[in-house]
Design a protein around this ligand. Structure first.
Ligand SMILES: [Zn+2]
Ligand SMILES: [Zn+2]
Ligand SMILES: [Zn+2]
Length: 473
């Protein structure tokens, strides 16, 4: 490993630190999964080899469970699927994703050992399983998984003790990493990446992790000096420190002591009231509207899951009206409403309104997020597309350029989204030139382009956003 080494991080156990100076956008390491599986919920819509979404998939003739784009994908996956295939056949069905992943990990370990390449910095035995931290409720599910694993595991494979199976299932539970589809927009599976398991959390991290072409990449968000610990964030920063700490404790079993949590940095901005002509809105009013927003967000989320988009718009509009001139543009409940409202309005093709809220959202994000935060980049890209759809070509081009600059760091130049963004940047640049020469021709062309929907990719609301990269139940 050229850029990182394992060390004992005070109060955090093992961690990784830089051994060379790196700069924004540098890849500290890239790592393929030790093993990965498609989620149960996506088993028949995603290729089990390349994780692409496909209209038509071909079933494995043996187990009738695994599905592939074509023969090439099937052949590529056979080594990993072979034993699983036979096991599914004799078990009579496919077990759940945790059990499938544990089985793939153990088959590989039995065959190749616990360290499978000279860049792997840890054995699987050394990874933490947090078995003693699992809550009563989760323990029930956990025991069912162990039981199912032992039933599923073929007699012909090397036998494993309950302890070693529990260890692997525990590791998956706290370290399983979401695998997204090829566009990076939706989580479709889960995998184990041993080196990544060593990267500790910080709410204001110096690295980000992205899946690109089947491998995860750890990318620096700014300058990191030799000796400095490298960190990523397991949770979205747009939560109050108290909520982040609760989430981290629940899912990853530690108390975050990062600087932002200790100092409650930006918590005040995230709950702030508006300034009206230099006057603060009374605290009572801010509190009241904050409480009201919390209730409305729950209602909105429910309507969104039911795909009742008109109801979502109604709830958001009602709430946004109450929030206006009471909450600051950095208030996270207002930002969540703006984000959803612009997403759904754009889906319903009310592009101009959608653009207004998208712009407010990005302006708020800019005051809170790290300037190279991936969520900020994605939000800016979405806002850029919405402005393009709304016919605001100048703002659209500016936003797309900004998003491109961020994604070059967080996703890198070869990632499919960055490539899309590059194409959009050139397209909007050309359109902007045309707009400046002749507005009429520009608008005619835009109408035609909208009919063809060349930039549709962002228009549909993503129900499972992958803000939290690590897997959460
Ligand atoms: Zn495929
Ligand atoms: Zn099969
Ligand atoms: Zn923290």
């Amino acid at each position: 490993m050229e850029f990182v080494e394992v060390f004992d991080s005070p109060g955090k156990g093992r961690g990784l630190r830089a051994i060379k100076e790196v700069w924004a956008g540098d890849v500290l390491f890239a790592e393929p999964p030790f093993a990965s599986v498609v989620f149960d919920s996506h088993a028949s819509s995603i290729c089990h080899s390349c994780f692409r979404r496909q209209e038509k998939l071909q079933r494995c003739g043996q187990c009738r469970f695994a599905q592939y784009c074509d023969r090439t994908c099937q052949r590529a996956a056979w080594e990993e699927h072979k034993q699983e295939c036979a096991a599914i056949k004799s078990y009579g069905k496919a077990p759940n994703e945790n059990v499938r992943l544990a089985a793939r990990i153990l088959w590989r370990q039995d065959k190749e050992g616990s360290v499978v390449s000279d860049t792997q910095l840890t054995t699987l035995e050394e990874l933490e399983d947090h078995l003693y931290d699992i809550s009563e409720d989760d323990l029930k599910d956990f025991k069912v998984d162990i039981h199912n694993f032992l039933d599923f595991w073929p007699r012909s494979s090397k036998p494993h003790t309950v302890d070693s199976v529990s260890h692997i299932l525990g590791v998956i539970n706290c370290n399983g990493f979401m695998v997204s589809d090829q566009r990076g927009l939706q989580a479709v599976g889960v995998g184990l990446f041993p080196n990544l398991c060593l990267v500790n959390h910080d709410c204001w991290p110096n690295c980000t992790v992205i899946l690109n072409n089947g491998k995860i990449e750890l990318r620096a968000l700014g300058k990191i000096s030799p000796g400095e610990e490298v960190t990523v964030s397991y949770v979205d920063y747009l939560n109050l420190s108290e909520d982040r700490r609760r989430l981290l404790k629940q899912q990853y079993f530690f108390d975050c002591t990062c600087e932002h949590c200790t100092n409650k940095t930006n918590d005040d901005l995230k709950m702030a009231g508006a300034l009206l002509e230099g006057e603060k809105v009374p605290e009572e009013t801010v509190k009241e509207v904050t409480e009201y927003s919390r209730t409305m967000l729950e209602k909105m989320e429910k309507a969104r899951i039911e795909a009742n988009y008109n109801e979502v718009v109604k709830i958001c509009r009602e709430c946004v009206e109450k929030q206006e001139n009471v909450l600051a543009d950095t208030h996270i409940y207002q930002l969540r409403m703006w984000s959803t409202l612009s997403e759904v309005l754009s889906y319903l093709q009310f592009f101009e309104d959608a653009a207004t809220y998208a712009r407010k959202m990005v302006e708020g994000y800019l005051k809170l997020y790290h300037p190279n935060n991936a969520q900020l980049g994605m939000a800016t890209m979405r806002a850029g597309v919405t402005h393009w759809q709304g016919g605001f070509i100048e703002i659209a081009h500016g936003m797309i350029c900004k998003a491109y600059a961020i994604l070059m760091i967080t996703h890198g130049p070869t990632h499919p989204i960055t490539k899309d963004l590059e194409a959009m940047r050139m397209q909007t640049e050309m359109e902007l030139r045309m707009f400046k020469q002749n507005e009429y021709i520009y608008h005619t062309m835009r109408e035609a382009a909208l009919q063809n929907q060349p930039m549709r990719m962002m228009a549909e609301p993503v129900t499972e956003s992958i803000k939290n990269l690590f897997r959460r139940k």
